[in-house]
Design a protein around this ligand. Structure first.
Ligand SMILES: [Zn+2]
Length: 200
């Protein structure tokens, strides 16, 4: 949510790898302004980034100075999930309550069970915290490739639960799925019916 790890893209661009590694070491928090743009990071953000740079210095784009001003939408690829997060943030501002949203941010080899907490802040800000709850291995590894706009994607993947649509079914990335589809499997993100229903 990717980065929030909400961008649950399992082909893992460098930014997502960076933030996912950061969440391995603690919660990741930032503040959204009234327009859902990141206006401040919280905690030792840059310390996490610098401690997890790639061998060639990859990951510098995740430094606080580079994410300040980005929109929450910059980390979410599909319109249904953008609408969901915008509605959640608005409800937190309006009702001054705390909301939690469970989601997955899988890598090709690991199921990452995450939780997002949204808290009301001053001046219509919303504080987002992403927490890694637990991980489980994916065997064999399952590789997806996110289709860019204009490209044809064979499959769909849910942005929240990370299940993949096969026919009318939404399934986990497991041994059975790996045998049924080519890899990397070209997908576009959306919300599955169960996740759409669960958040209403
Ligand atoms: Zn889902």
């Amino acid at each position: 949510m990717q980065t929030s790890c909400l961008d649950s893209d399992a082909d893992f661009n460098a930014k997502n790898q960076q933030v996912t590694r950061k969440t391995d070491h603690g919660d990741l928090s930032y503040v959204l302004d009234a327009d859902n743009r990141i206006c401040r990071t919280k905690g030792p953000w840059d310390g996490f980034v610098l401690a997890n740079l790639g061998p060639g210095g990859e990951g510098m784009e995740a430094l606080a100075e580079n994410v300040i001003g980005l929109s929450l939408n910059d980390f979410v690829q599909d319109e249904p999930t953008r609408m969901l997060l915008s509605a959640l943030a608005d409800s937190v501002r309006l009702l001054r309550w705390e909301r939690h949203l469970d989601y997955r941010c899988d890598s090709p080899t690991m199921k990452r069970f995450m939780q997002m907490k949204l808290e009301p802040g001053p001046l219509d800000t919303v504080i987002l915290t992403h927490k890694l709850l637990r991980t489980e291995p994916i065997q064999p590894a399952f590789y997806v490739l996110t289709a860019s706009s204009g490209e044809t994607a064979r499959g769909r993947r849910c942005s929240l639960c990370n299940k993949v649509r096969i026919g009318d079914a939404w399934v986990e990335p497991d041994h059975n799925l790996a045998q049924r589809v080519p890899q990397p499997y070209a997908i576009k993100h959306t919300l599955c019916p169960i996740c759409q229903h669960a958040i209403k």
